[in-house]
Design a binder for this molecule. Structure first.
Ligand code: DGY
Length: 418
């Protein structure tokens, strides 16, 4: 255990660029939004000030509209595509123009709970609350324009689950004509069999060019995007962060933020239930552009337990995980291994990710599902012992996939073991 903690700290140090961490050298040479927020949960166990700085740096690149971009290009690096020249968002420090799962509210509440230095924590949390709250309000304003209580993503990269099988059907509505010639860089750093396909990249880039042609006006992009999908896992993260901000704001005497956050969390939680599928025994994504459910048994519909869903639903998700555990040696695969499209090594089409395991485990524990919650932690540590601090792992063979020396994987190990 001691050795694993020491190794994990080394990974964090290796990727520390002073005021932010890169997910891993080479493949991802900038700051990524939810990577940073979750990485702070590793730092907090041995350097509280550094943990707060990680989230401060992220939030200081928030756009005036409230959006927090998914990549911040702090330093020039040719080893990544698409870089600032493709995004062209005209920000003082270059950023991408889309967002990512808003896990910062949850992370800040965790940092506060774990703080030994309470006065530092109160000061940093109080300073961060208004901007995180503005981000949450931006989501419900621009991504739920009809006030249904569920927000949509407009690009698969926003989900964090870039090439999930969930996006195959809605992605068919995204054209590829007019995509400017480009050279991928990711496949020079990682095994191409572990990465998205060229067909997917063409569509990723088409969407970026489309949003760019609309001048990155986030008030219009939702309705203008041919890709508009409601992801239950993404919504669960937003709801959990709103609930966390509500509690924290109440404790800090910020009544208005507390009240608004509580209302957003309550409305979101109630709306989530529309995404439940009795047939699948889990939640499903919804294609808002086509107005139909996406019948795809992915981890997005299991991560939903991260939100305060009803006990019966949490029980059903624990049962579902038990069932998946009969074919997956290591839980939680990002897609059900019995599905024909499952691919155990290809990014989000099958592999296990430690950040998913810790969020699902946390949600299960909150709902009283302690046995399954513990199994996810045990499986996570077995993977690390066998295969090191990889980006993701094959759920059947434990093969380490994608990038190595991965920041948030290491952060999760520290958080589990401390
Ligand atoms: C990538 O480049 O693969 C990232 O996941 C996009 O954010």
């Amino acid at each position: 255990t001691k050795d694993l903690i020491a190794e994990a700290k080394n990974v964090l140090r290796l990727n520390d660029r002073g005021a932010y961490t890169v997910p891993t050298h080479g493949l991802y040479p900038f700051q990524w939004n939810w990577d940073s927020a979750l990485s702070a949960l590793g730092f907090v166990h041995f350097d509280e000030a550094r943990a707060w700085t990680e989230i401060d740096t992220l939030m200081s690149h928030q756009w005036p509209c409230g959006m927090v971009p998914h990549i911040i290009f702090h330093e020039h690096d040719d080893g990544y595509f698409p870089g600032p020249d493709v995004w062209q968002t005209a920000r003082p420090v270059a950023t991408s123009g889309i967002t990512q799962p808003p896990v910062s509210g949850y992370a800040v509440a965790r940092l506060m709970d774990m703080a030994r230095d309470k006065s530092l924590a109160e000061e940093r949390a109080r300073a961060l609350l208004p901007s995180i709250h503005a981000w949450h309000k931006w989501f419900y304003r621009t991504r739920d324009p009809r006030g249904e209580g569920l927000v949509a993503i407009i690009h698969p990269w926003e989900s964090g689950r870039d090439n999930s099988i969930d996006w195959d059907a809605p992605f068919a509505a995204v054209p590829t004509d007019g995509v400017e010639p480009y050279t991928r860089r990711d496949t020079m750093h990682a095994n191409p069999d572990h990465r998205p396909t060229k067909e997917q990249y063409d569509r990723y880039i088409w969407l970026v060019q489309h949003f760019r042609s609309l001048k990155w006006d986030t008030e219009v992009l939702h309705d203008a995007s041919p890709f508009r999908v409601v992801d239950p896992g993404f919504n669960a993260i937003l709801i959990r962060s709103c609930a966390a901000v509500a509690e924290l704001a109440a404790a800090l005497g910020e009544g208005e933020i507390a009240k608004e956050s509580r209302a957003m969390a309550a409305k979101g939680t109630a709306a989530l239930d529309q995404l439940w599928s009795d047939t699948r025994g889990q939640y499903l994504c919804y294609d808002r552009a086509k107005e139909e459910f996406i019948d795809s048994p992915s981890i997005g519909g299991l991560l939903t337990v991260f939100a305060p869903i009803p006990e019966g639903r949490a029980q059903a998700i624990a049962d579902r995980l038990n069932q998946i555990g009969k074919t997956a040696e290591f839980l939680v695969p990002s897609h059900d291994p019995v599905a024909p499209e499952f691919d155990g090594a290809r990014y989000w089409r099958g592999p296990v990710w430690l950040i998913m395991n810790t969020m699902i485990s946390d949600g299960l524990a909150q709902a009283g599902q302690h046995v399954m919650s513990q199994r996810l932690m045990d499986d996570s540590l077995r993977l690390i012992e066998k295969s090191g601090f990889a980006e993701y792992y094959d759920p059947i063979t434990a093969e380490p996939c994608g990038g190595g020396h991965f920041t948030w994987t290491a952060a999760m190990v520290i958080d589990i073991l401390y």
